[in-house]
Design a protein around this ligand. Structure first.
Ligand SMILES: [Zn+2]
Length: 381
């Protein structure tokens, strides 16, 4: 038997903007064929039992899960997060750092550089540097003691791994940094976030090279009809943005609004911290104490401190509270982030990586497949 080739049959395949029910998905490490008739002799068959099959989910903003955090800076932490995420449908993610001392950030970056390829679950496809180049006025759960002007010194050894930087363009010195970065490293997504930029400042920064906005509405000035701020600037431009659809960071009405305005320029993220997929209790986030209860993670003063959201739950919330269709919601966690990162993933398309999820109509994950290998199987199915 050719063990490397597998076929998924009896599936509702989410292919492009369609749900296809009469085709077979053939893959090895990559997607090989999507056709009605395939000779299945000598091929391992996976029966999807008429459940949905899509490309694996991609989370561009996640700090931790399963009790581990990227800032723990250990190979075991990466392994724990990677394995835990399989049950949420996430098959690849950007390991997201926090605002801490240069020494601690450097350790975390080094750990990712050395060990990210060895993880056995969801793949680490790069680094998202969230801070320390942010505005102290909008630090949120980031420790403002360590905020500093944007500079290459901290990141220069990791330019291959870094795929995204969240920063505040209005802070002194950051304009030059953004312009330099977008010229020299156009593959790195520069995202406005933890920022207090005005509408005009935000608009200007889009010309310098900012192409995205991090957890829209959170850690930025709110929309006002005479002072539309960052939200207004994102709304009347083609800059993409992401949201934490956990119903804690963002009200259902705001989710519906941003979906209506941004359409296929909207991505879903979890921004999950170490308590993701864990029980309620007390946890650490970037050296600060966080209480987790009722789906909410807060610092002692009540400031929201990351989420405990799972990607499959984010999809459920969008379907429930906005006019998003299932295909659109899946695109917001597959095709759209993959396009933004310019990687051959996020679609069931010939030649693309065989990162695949099988899930039911409630978005419960039945199987997660990474590089063509089944890495997670829900025992209830
Ligand atoms: Zn975050």
């Amino acid at each position: 038997m050719n063990t490397s080739l597998k076929a998924i049959i009896n599936a509702k395949l989410i292919v492009g903007d369609e749900i296809v029910e009469d085709k077979i998905l053939l893959f090895d490490k990559r997607i090989v064929k999507i056709e009605k008739k395939i000779d299945l002799d000598q091929i391992e068959i996976i029966d999807a039992k008429h459940h949905y099959v899509s490309a694996g989910f991609i989370d561009i903003h996640i700090h931790g899960s399963g009790g581990a955090d990227i800032m723990d800076a250990t190979p075991q932490a990466l392994q724990t997060i990677s394995k835990t995420l399989l049950q949420t449908g996430t098959t690849s993610f950007l390991a997201t750092t926090m605002t801490m001392s240069n020494e601690v950030i450097n350790k975390a970056l080094q750990n990712i550089q050395q060990h990210s390829k060895k993880v056995l679950g969801a793949k680490i496809i790069g680094i998202h540097l969230e801070g320390p180049f942010i505005n102290p006025a909008k630090h949120g759960a980031q420790d403002k003691t360590y905020i500093e002007p944007a500079n290459f010194k901290l990141i220069k050894n990791y330019m291959q791994e870094i795929k995204m930087i969240t920063l505040a363009p209005e802070e002194k010195g950051n304009e030059t940094f953004i312009k330099d970065m977008s010229k020299k490293y156009p593959h790195i997504i520069l995202s406005i976030g933890h920022s207090d930029a005005s509408y005009a400042e935000a608009k200007k920064s889009f010309k310098w090279g900012i192409s995205h906005a991090t957890h829209l509405f959170n850690a930025m000035n709110p929309y006002h009809h005479r002072k539309p701020g960052i939200v207004g600037a994102v709304f009347d431009s083609d800059v993409s943005c992401d949201i934490i659809a956990d119903l804690v960071h963002t009200h259902p009405s705001a989710l519906a609004l941003v979906q209506h305005v941004k359409k296929d320029n909207l991505l879903l993220i979890t921004d999950a911290m170490r308590a993701g997929c864990m029980k309620c209790g007390t946890y650490d986030l970037g050296g600060r104490r966080v209480e987790v209860s009722k789906g909410k993670a807060c610092l002692e003063d009540g400031t929201l401190a990351g989420s405990v959201l799972q990607m499959n739950e984010a999809i459920v919330n969008m379907l429930k509270y906005t006019s998003m269709t299932l295909i659109e919601a899946i695109n917001a966690v597959t095709r759209i982030p993959a396009k933004k990162l310019a990687i051959p993933k996020g679609e069931l398309k010939v030649g693309y990586d065989a990162d695949i999820v099988i899930f039911d109509e409630n978005l419960s994950i039945i199987k997660s497949i990474i590089d063509g290998e089944v890495k997670y199987q829900c025992l209830d199915y």
